[in-house]
Structures are given as C-alpha cells and as structure tokens.
Design a protein around this ligand. Structure first.
Ligand code: FAD
Length: 406
C-alpha cells in the first residue's frame, strides 16, 4: 500500500524550500520531492530585492543571509553606445522599513540555508514526479522509479517545465525571442567595484553585474535572438566570444569581468514566460493542488523578480495552508479537504494580480531596455531610464506579510 503524505511539494528550489520552511515554522510537516540528486544551484546568484528580504525575514533566515551578502547602495544605468551614464539611483537601506534593500544572493547559499532549517528527511532527492492521478480526495503522485505516493495536498514548485502546472491545465511557457548568458567570477584578492547594481544598455542587448561579496561578481547578458541559440549551448567558449563581441563602449575593468570568467561558469538560458492573460484565466489552484514560483509565473528576468516572488509565494502559501489546517486533528476528511481547497483558493486569489503585474511589467521593461530602434533607444537613454529604474524599485517594495495572519 502507498504511504499517505499530508503535504507533498514537488521541487526543492526557492519556492519549494521556502514553502516547506514556512509550513515547518507553523508546526506543519511536508515532504519535498526533488528530481536531482542534490540541491540544484544552476544560475550562481540572483538579485534579491526588498520584497525578498521581507520574505526571508518571515521564515527567520534573513539575518544569517545578510551576513554573507553585501548590501548594494545604488543602481546605475550606462549606455554602451555613448559610454555615458543615463540614470543613477542611490538606495537607502537604513530606514525603519529597510527600504530598498538589495543584495546579490548566491543560490547555493540560499538553498542550503533553507534546507538546513528543515527537519531531516523532509527532502527526498532523485525523486522525479512523472504524473499525477486523482483518487477520491487524495492525489496519487507517480515517480520515475515506479513508486507512488498519496498526498492530501500537492504543491507544484517544479519550475518552468512544471508537471503540476500541466496537470492544472497551463500550457508550456512561451519563448520570448530573447536569451540570457550568465556567469560568475571570483577575484582571489578581492574586486574593486562599488556595491552597486551596474546595468549597460546597447543595441538589442543588456548587460549587468553586481558584487555578491568582496570577492565574487555575478553578471548577466541578455540579447534578442530568433532561435534559442542551441549551437552555443554546449560551447562556453562561443558564449564568451559572443558576449565580448557585443559589449560596445565599456570600461576595461568591466570588460575584464567577462574575460576573467572561467568557461565552466557560463550558462545560456532561452527566456520564457507565461502570457499574463493565462495567469488571469488559469487554475493556480484546483481542489487540493496548486503551483508556486516558476511553475506558476515564469517571467523574463528584466525586473530580477522571479526568485524574489517565489519567496513571496512560499510565505503566502504557507500562511493560507496554515490557517486551513489549524486544529485539523479532530476534522473529518471531507471537512479537511474543503478547508484545504479554500486555503489554496485564498492563496491563488492573493497571488494572481501580483503575478500578472510582475510578468507584464518584466516583459514591457525587457522590451524597452533591449530595444534597438533609433527612436526607442533615444527615448530609453534620455527619458525612460529613470522611469525603468523606478519600476524596479516599485515592484520590489511589495510586502508579502508574516507567516501568521494574527
Ligand atoms: C537569466 C536569468 C536571470 C534571473 N535573474 C533573477 C534575479 O536577478 N532575481 C530573481 O529573483 N530571479 C531571477 N531569475 C529567476 C529565478 O531564477 C527563478 O524565478 C527561480 O529560480 C524560480 O525558483 P523555483 O523554485 O520556482 O524554480 P526552480 O529554481 O527552477 O526550481 C525547481 C526545482 O524543481 C525540480 N524539479 C523540476 N521538475 C521536477 C519533477 N518533475 N519532479 C521533482 N522535482 C522537479 C528542479 O530540479 C528544481 O530543483 C532569473 C532567471 C533567469 C533565467
């Protein structure tokens, strides 16, 4: 007979582990199934904005992560066509609300910190979910090794190719005609960059970098492409030459960030998103199943909010489930099922517009930032640069609240 698990979370990424930790903080156990044989840390590092730090504080790991990632005190935009700075914003993180707190988070450090806070046995590695079946009030979760689990609640945090999102009726996320090359570079004796988020705009390309700590710099380069650039996928050398060839007018020490990056540290990702109208119409939850993170709202990286909003999802979902399952020991299975369904509906309602806004704004910002028409480039560099920087901060000021509603 298959074991019955109360809550099964598919995917031990940012969304899955935050949800599991949020539930754990509320005294609720869960089982996280991860297809990989360990924590998957592809992507090196990512920008964590104020909204993400609020979520990390809500699960009690913000302070320990702050100690390992330096704070960034500004966002600067520079044109690689003119070589001139087009916009600059100073960020103050000393206020009462910790307004505009930005750091560059190493994925490995975040995932390990989340995982280490969970009771042992919570994460089951090498456990790929291949299909889902209904069995009365339970879901049967079929794994690649042929085993089956029964779940009272099934949460899909299985990323952009989510099997759970497919079960809920979502289509495969669409390629947006742009790709990203990312990398990370380590300076043995420390780098000399200011603690800022530097962004460079050129013709149809965008390049950005920021320090994670005194020795590590994380960078990205996004570009328009009609194909997914499969020919570059297995050739970091080609990626490096491609990026270096497109950088335009930039200072030598900035070019050196790419030159110094080891070939093992280059990755290419075609950029995909879920069209926003699908978020408005689709099933974010359906009876006792729901999605979070990229499984729910894959977006282009132009706001740097995919991972941050996965953290928000984790807090809101844990809070809604925590309320639904409060005092459930004496509940009949029918009542428990109804409360779970309502809890997940509340989560979906709370997150739908936020996800819609993030996906749409990221797409629009990416379109303008990577424009290569003369008129739009002029507008972007002279008029819109400050508006775009403001948009990043506006989306980042969201507060997902605490784990407990009271
Ligand atoms: C170029 C680029 C730059 C980005 N920059 C930023 C940024 O600066 N800031 C930011 O906040 N976000 C950024 N993002 C987005 C961010 O990386 C994602 O939004 C985030 O990783 C989503 O987390 P997740 O947990 O939902 O999914 P994932 O990180 O994809 O985790 C999903 C997990 O599920 C597992 N899994 C998948 N399928 C199954 C299955 N069938 N069974 C079991 N396990 C499964 C996977 O192995 C993985 O561990 C960027 C993305 C890209 C592409």
């Amino acid at each position: 007979m298959e074991a019955v698990e109360d809550i099964v979370i598919v995917g031990a990424g940012i969304a899955g582990l935050t949800t599991a930790l949020g539930l754990h903080r509320l005294g609720i156990g869960s089982l996280v199934l991860e297809s990989f044989d360990g924590l998957r840390t592809t992507g090196f590092a990512f920008t964590t904005w104020t909204n993400a730090w609020r979520a990390l504080d809500a699960v009690g790991i913000g302070e320990s992560l702050r100690l390992r990632h330096i704070q960034l005190f500004g966002v600067q935009a520079i044109s690689t066509i003119s070589g001139m700075s087009t916009a600059e914003r100073q960020l103050d993180a000393t206020g009462k609300q910790r307004d505009h707190e930005i750091r560059c988070m190493q994925r490995r450090v975040l995932l390990e910190t989340l995982a280490n806070e969970l009771p042992s046995g919570t994460i089951r590695y090498s456990s790929k979910v291949v299909s889902i079946e209904e069995s009365s009030h339970l879901k049967l979760v079929h794994l690649a090794d042929g085993s089956i689990l029964k779940a009272k609640v099934l949460i899909g945090c299985d990323g952009v190719n989510s099997a759970v999102a497919k079960w809920l009726g979502f289509r495969k996320p669409a390629f947006v005609g742009r790709s990203a090359i990312r990398g990370c570079v380590y300076y043995d004796h420390g780098h000399s960059f200011e603690p800022k988020f530097f962004q460079f705009f050129g013709e149809g390309v965008r390049f950005g970098f920021m320090p994670c700590d005194d020795k590590t710099i994380d960078w990205f380069f996004t570009f328009s492409s009609s194909s997914k650039n499969e020919e570059m996928e297995d050739s970091p050398d080609k990626m490096k030459q491609f990026v270096l060839g497109k950088l335009g007018i930039i200072p030598d020490n900035v070019r050196a960030v790419i030159e110094k990056t080891e070939l093992d540290n280059f990755i290419l990702s075609p950029l995909r998103f879920r069209p926003p109208w699908e978020i408005l119409r689709g099933n974010i939850s359906k009876n006792n199943v729901c999605v979070a993170g990229d499984a729910f709202h894959p977006m282009t990286p132009d706001l740097g909010q995919g991972g941050c909003s996965a953290l928000e999802d984790g807090i809101v979902l844990a809070r809604c489930l925590g309320e639904a399952l409060r005092d459930n020991q004496s509940m009949k299975s029918e009542e428990e099922y109804k409360r779970i369904e309502m809890g997940l509906q509340r989560y979906a309602k709370e997150r739908r517009w936020r996800a819609f806004k993030l996906i749409s704004t990221a797409y629009m910002v990416g379109y303008i930032q990577q424009s290569n028409g003369k008129a739009l480039t002029f507008l972007r560099d002279r008029v819109l640069a400050s508006f775009l920087a403001g948009n990043l901060l506006k989306m980042a000021s969201f507060d997902c609240g605490k784990l407990s509603a009271s």
